[in-house]
Design a protein around this ligand. Structure first.
Ligand code: SF4
Ligand code: SF4
Length: 318
């Protein structure tokens, strides 16, 4: 049997998703036996023109990690869409916009000003910022256009599957790769994770009646390892997050931050989390409520940490 052709691409992301693929360790040898890699900028020296020269739909599977922040990423996303039979949004940034989409609270002008002028270590009296073209004696230099808005992959091109996580856990990667190799993929549009909420796979004790007088941040206390974080006043994204990671943060005594995105049937993860937290504050007194929530230092970053691009807010106009 011919080997399957794989492409792996890294757009607006930290690189953790690429490293997670390497984390499958010696199993990568089994993958290598069955797979030819045609693009993987992290590990192999292929050029975009090599991919452009491939026939349409000749790549069996593309694992695309990262959100779309600039014109190069959009161009490669469209190129890989044309060349791939199956395109997988791999990791929280590709699936929901991820941490990069928190940039949607700002815009290009403000971000450039901050990065290239306002930081204490920058001296840039003329406020020179990156431009898409620049003339030099040898000709014209070009840079990709930095967009005002960060988008998730499916907001740019059609996507067959979603593998969430920051980064996706190794066992989920292996499940997906095995299903691909055996030709046993679920129907297009599926998220390869659990169909339940994270709390369903969490073994911490919880009581029926939960109330919070004041939310705290994880560094302000050493949490009890056996009790639900919410009952200890720590924001845990479990009630508004899809399961499938094996509660890996919760198991090392860190509250869930929501990297598997909204649970099935929930459109806006941030709104779901906000509702869950609000239901814990047992008071009608505005001052008591204000006191309870003042421990949530950055509500937008807390509730929309991984999903601002896909949320109903999408971006905050600035
Ligand atoms: S809120 Fe967090 S700690 Fe509590 S049950 Fe859900 S996942 Fe577990
Ligand atoms: S516990 Fe939450 S933040 Fe941690 S990996 Fe699972 S879904 Fe992501």
């Amino acid at each position: 049997m011919d080997k399957l052709k794989f492409a792996i691409y890294w757009a607006a992301a930290c690189g953790g998703c690429d490293v997670a693929i390497l984390d499958i360790n010696e199993k990568i040898l089994d993958v290598a036996e069955n797979v030819d890699i045609v693009l993987w900028p992290l590990a192999l020296d292929f050029k975009y023109k090599d991919v452009a020269a491939l026939p349409e739909k000749s790549v069996d599977v593309c694992l695309f990690n990262g959100a779309v922040r600039n014109s190069e990423q959009e161009e490669i996303a469209k190129l890989l869409r044309a060349k791939s039979k199956v395109l997988v949004a791999f990791g929280a940034c590709a699936c929901f916009g991820g941490i990069p989409s928190l940039g949607n609270v700002s815009n290009r002008e403000k971000i450039f000003r901050k990065v290239y002028h306002d930081t204490l270590s920058t001296v840039n009296t003329d406020t020179v910022v990156p431009r898409t073209t620049h003339e030099v004696p040898e000709g014209e230099l070009t840079l990709p256009e930095f967009y005002d808005v960060v988008r998730s992959l499916a907001q740019v091109i059609p996507v067959e599957y979603f593998i969430p996580g920051c980064p996706p856990p190794v066992d989920l990667i292996l499940t997906a790769v095995t299903a691909i190799l055996k030709g046993e993929l679920p129907p297009a549009g599926a998220t390869i994770a659990s169909e339940k909420v994270l709390c369903d796979e969490c073994e911490r004790e919880r009581s029926e009646e939960k109330t919070v007088k004041q939310f705290k941040r994880p560094w302000e206390m050493i949490p009890d390892r056996g009790k639900c974080f919410l009952e200890q006043g720590l924001v845990c994204a479990g009630p508004g997050t899809r399961g499938g990671c094996g509660a890996r943060c919760v198991n090392v005594n860190m509250p869930c931050r929501g990297c598997f995105g909204a649970p099935p049937g929930v459109q806006d993860q941030g709104a779901k989390l906000l509702a869950a937290m609000a239901s814990l504050v047992a008071s009608d007194d505005p001052q008591e409520i204000a006191r309870a929530v003042e421990g949530i230092d950055d509500p937008l970053g807390t509730f929309y940490r991984f999903g601002l691009a896909n949320s109903t807010l999408g971006r905050v106009k600035s």
